[in-house]
Ligand binder design. Sequence first.
Ligand SMILES: NC(=O)c1ccc[n+]([C@@H]2O[C@H](COP(=O)([O-])OP(=O)(O)OC[C@H]3O[C@@H](n4cnc5c(N)ncnc54)[C@H](OP(=O)(O)O)[C@@H]3O)[C@@H](O)[C@H]2O)c1
Length: 157
Amino acid sequence: MSFSLIAAVAKNNCIGKDNKIPWNVPEDFQYFRKTTLGKTCLMGQKTFESILGYLGKPLPGRQTVVITLDTNFKAPEGVRVFYSLDEAWNALKDEDVFVCGGASIYKQTLNKVDTLYITWIDQEPDGDVFFPTIDLNIWKEIWREDHEGFSFVKYTR
Ligand SMILES: NC(=O)c1ccc[n+]([C@@H]2O[C@H](COP(=O)([O-])OP(=O)(O)OC[C@H]3O[C@@H](n4cnc5c(N)ncnc54)[C@H](OP(=O)(O)O)[C@@H]3O)[C@@H](O)[C@H]2O)c1
């Protein structure tokens, strides 16, 4: 039973542009898959639409939970929908939850999660959504794996 956050973040804190990821790092998609498999993935409605755009379906092998204010939003079968973050947080407290974005959800949950899984992308792309600043007085790096062009880093409080 845990709340973690997973994100790929560029050097300028950019995480997206035009509701897409503005880089192509297949190793990060594999890392995201391996880390979140079997877990609950909590995301905002725009990120959910973005995933549908890439995959044509929700993330396989994971429980998708979408947050929206749109009461007309129709989720595919198996996808749970909540109309407030607090409501979702409460309902998911007995599950292993990964906050999967996007920017608005990261901003609202950074102070609520216990662990951050950040892939630092060694690029400075043009973007329209950004990750909030990670306060290193609060977050301690506990694990790191450096690769050509990106690093996987885990932080805990
Ligand atoms: N690099 C990465 O790791 C990563 C990961 C995920 C996403 N992204 C990128 O992030 C971007 C999307 O981020 P975003 O900030 O635009 O959108 P988002 O956070 O995915 O979704 C925003 C939507 O979530 C709903 N929402 C947010 N807070 C809510 C609350 N407290 N209560 C109820 N509903 C709430 C609202 O939906 P309604 O408008 O329907 O009410 C809001 O419009 C895309 O570019 C995507 O590619 C990047």
